[in-house]
Design a protein around this ligand. Structure first.
Ligand code: ADP
Ligand code: MG
Length: 248
């Protein structure tokens, strides 16, 4: 994959829960090297969309294609994770009693591609990968700190680091800055921006200032489909968006 190649296609996806359409003919695509923000009111279908892409929920209609031609609908959740789609849920789930380093190490060793067991020695390549990731998530100075005593923001970054250790090509991140201090929000913007340079990152967020600071392109979901798509400025001036959000 190179920059600008399409990495994800969601094509005409519908999902119903007891007759209620959580996703209604949803279509959008994401390119490699892109940092995309997805916004929308509560109930718009953002989490359901992530559930479909990661294989947790099977759609009633439509297709999800990863890379050139991998049809995700035939694959289960672990397989989808393995082929390069990582998901970060809202609440950080780090190993509290392990150090920052150990958390990254454990995340990597879950990766079958390394064919490593838990107590084997790290290769130079693996150590480099951890070191590089520590730099990216800004936790170099805290490498031997126990994860349980990190701040909320630092835990979120560590969890992003743990996802990076699995070498995903597409990362789905759910509300990364909820509960963060303004300084932490700024750091998170930088981390995700750098991450997207050699990846594709989809962020679901409510914090508009944060979105403005990171996203080139924003997708607005409404009642399970795309209401509008474009730059933050275009979105804010979009007539349909104004009607729905401002009642104009
Ligand atoms: P968002 O993440 O944008 O807030 P969701 O994708 O969580 O929206 O939900 C979209 C709609 O689908 C909501 O109305 C929600 O109540 C409904 N929904 C989501 N998951 C389920 C489920 N497992 N069973 C029934 N209804 C659901
Ligand atoms: Mg949600």
């Amino acid at each position: 994959l190179k920059k600008g190649d399409r990495i994800l296609l969601v094509d005409g996806v519908s999902v119903s829960f007891d007759g209620f359409k959580a996703l209604n003919n949803l279509s959008f695509s994401i390119n490699y090297g892109e940092l995309r923000c997805i916004i929308g009111a509560n109930g718009a279908g953002k989490s359901t969309m992530m559930d479909v892409v990661t294989g947790k929920t099977r759609p009633d209609e439509g297709h999800v294609v990863f890379g050139e031609a991998v049809d995700l609908l035939g694959l289960n959740e672990p397989t989808i994770a393995q082929i390069g789609i990582g998901r970060k849920f809202q609440k950080p789930t780090v190993f509290q009693n392990n150090t920052v380093f150990e958390n990254l190490e454990l995340a990597m060793k879950e990766d079958k591609r390394f064919f490593k067991t838990l107590f084997s020695k790290l290769s130079g390549e693996q150590e480099d990968k951890i070191d590089e990731t520590l730099g990216l998530i800004g936790l170099k100075d805290l490498v031997h700190r126990q994860a349980g005593i990190l701040s909320h923001g630092q835990k979120q970054w560590l969890e992003i680091g743990m996802l990076i250790m699995q070498e995903p090509k597409l990362l789905l991140v759910d509300e990364p800055v909820a509960g963060m201090t303004p300084q932490e929000v700024e750091n998170t913007a930088e981390i995700l921006t750098n991450l997207a340079k050699d990846n594709a990152v989809v962020v679901v967020e409510h914090d508009m200032e944060f979105i403005r600071s990171i996203a080139k392109k924003v997708t607005v979901l409404h009642e399970g489909s795309v209401l509008a798509e474009g730059s933050m400025d275009a979105i804010q001036n979009n007539e349909k968006v104004r009607q729905v959000y401002l009642g104009e």
